[in-house]
Design a binder for this molecule. Structure first.
Ligand SMILES: *Cc1c(COP(=O)(O)O)cnc(C)c1O
Length: 426
């Protein structure tokens, strides 16, 4: 019997054993050790497909947000599927190029691009800089003219979507560091259009992450289209609309709209308001990779207690930071189901911090030596990993059908301090 888990049809029990596509996760952990990130190539492509279906027949670009999962094999998968990329550093640009991505399909986001990063991106020929302040615009103009190049830009506008209605939106509100205030957008576009080395090509917004409702997107789109009309009335032409990323996934019982439904609604509004001729862009990260990955970890010790039962595993907050950082809920299951009754456990790692937990009060039937899978770990997992407690970062594996590729080797301890130097004797 096959039982699928929430979030991914590619992750399912066959009898007692959990498989990702046609690969047994128990077998993978035995072969490659733990902690181990495992990604499904088919799940990533299946997550991209509704974006592509919804945008078919219209000038568009899906720019995968590299920061969600930046392994070059993941980037290669999306590059081969026709994606562009949303980057936030020249390091991410280097990864895109190493993965065979097309720089002409790259958009460069972020509030703090350095001059060196601007120059690298200009020389690579990126499609667009998503500029977040007037100060950045002026520096970009200087860097571009110095190189005798032109920076194509959009301004990231802050649509200030009503917090009362949508309190979970964290980046599209007045009072956070992202974007250019709605009231200043027209004058900033006029300034941009007057600067040498700058060519205005679009408008951009990104209102937050893990959004599970269509309403904030539709509200933000209305605000953006109002601005486009005002900007064009002021004499500056806008070619593309970049509506950002942020679509949520199912970690437990969330029911986000499918990308196809969301984009269908957005395109209907774009058409209804007479903007159907524009290129439309999206920057999805989490929704393309989140449910395509798991983190495998071995149970080391069980510590039943008077108030709490602790299940100590070999993955920690340095491997997967989301629970410690945001108190995020991520599902945890045994990759080989046991028949004994489940007990409530706090699943914790070896790092010396009380915040080092992966899940609290989880009903699990488990014993030392078992392999657990932390679910929906394909986004903001490995990319946020650190070496805290001098722990080497996990290995990463990609599966496709029954094929298995190691896409990142486990970090050796000797790698961790090879750039450090002892004091020279005086
Ligand atoms: C992080 C980010 C994204 C991707 O967000 P997701 O929630 O992962 O889809 C897209 N655009 C920008 C500017 C971002 O900062």
């Amino acid at each position: 019997m096959t039982t699928a888990l929430p979030g991914s049809p590619f992750l399912a029990y066959r009898g007692p054993d959990l498989y990702l596509e046609d690969v047994s996760l128990q077998a993978l952990a035995r072969t490659h050790g733990s902690p181990l990130y495992v990604y499904s190539r088919q799940a990533m492509l299946a997550a991209l497909a509704p974006y592509q279906r919804a945008l078919k027949g219209r000038q568009h670009l899906v720019c995968y947000a590299v920061k969600a999962n930046s392994n070059i094999a993941v980037l290669q998968t999306f590059a081969q599927a026709g994606c562009g990329f949303d980057i936030v550093s020249s390091g991410e640009l280097a990864r895109v190029l190493a993965a065979g991505g097309d720089p002409a399909k790259v958009v460069f986001s972020g509030v703090g691009k350095t001059r060196a990063e601007m120059a690298e991106a200009l020389q690579a020929g990126v499609k667009c800089f998503n500029v977040e302040s007037t100060a950045e615009l002026e520096v970009l103009s200087e860097v571009a003219t110095g190189l005798k190049l032109t920076a194509r830009i959009s301004l990231r506008v802050n649509p200030d979507v009503d917090a009362g209605t949508h309190p979970y939106i964290s980046t599209g509100l007045k009072g956070n560091k992202f974007g250019i205030a709605h009231e200043l957008a027209v004058q900033t576009y006029l300034r941009a259009a007057s600067l040498p080395g700058i060519e205005v090509v679009g408008i951009d917004c990104h209102i937050g992450s893990q959004i599970t409702d269509t309403a904030p997107y539709l509200d933000a789109l209305d605000r953006v289209l109002d601005l486009v009309e005002a900007i064009e009335a002021a004499g500056v032409r806008i070619h593309h609309l970049d509506l950002g990323g942020g679509l949520g996934i199912t970690y437990t019982d969330e029911t986000p709209p499918s990308a196809e439904v969301l984009i269908g609604l957005l395109l209907a509004k774009i058409d209804a308001r007479g903007h159907g001729h524009r290129e439309v862009m999206f920057e999805p990260g989490r929704s393309l990779v989140g449910n395509a990955g798991v983190l495998l970890t071995e149970v080391m010790f069980l510590k039943p207690g008077e108030h709490k039962n602790f299940c100590v595993v070999d993955a920690a907050m340095n491997d997967l930071m989301r629970p410690a950082l945001y108190e995020a809920y991520m599902g945890i299951v045994n990759v080989q189901q046991r028949t004994e009754p489940a007990v409530l456990w706090d699943v914790v790692g070896p790092v010396c911090e009380s915040g080092d937990w992966l899940g609290r009060d989880r009903a699990l039937s488990t014993q030392p030596g078992d392999v657990l899978a932390v679910l929906s770990a394909g986004a903001y997992g490995m990319t946020m990993a650190s070496n805290y407690n001098t722990r080497g970062r996990a290995a990463e594996v990609m599966v496709d059908g029954s094929q298995v590729w190691v896409i990142r080797e486990r970090e050796a301890v000797s790698d961790l301090f090879k750039q450090e130097r002892l004091l020279q004797a005086t």
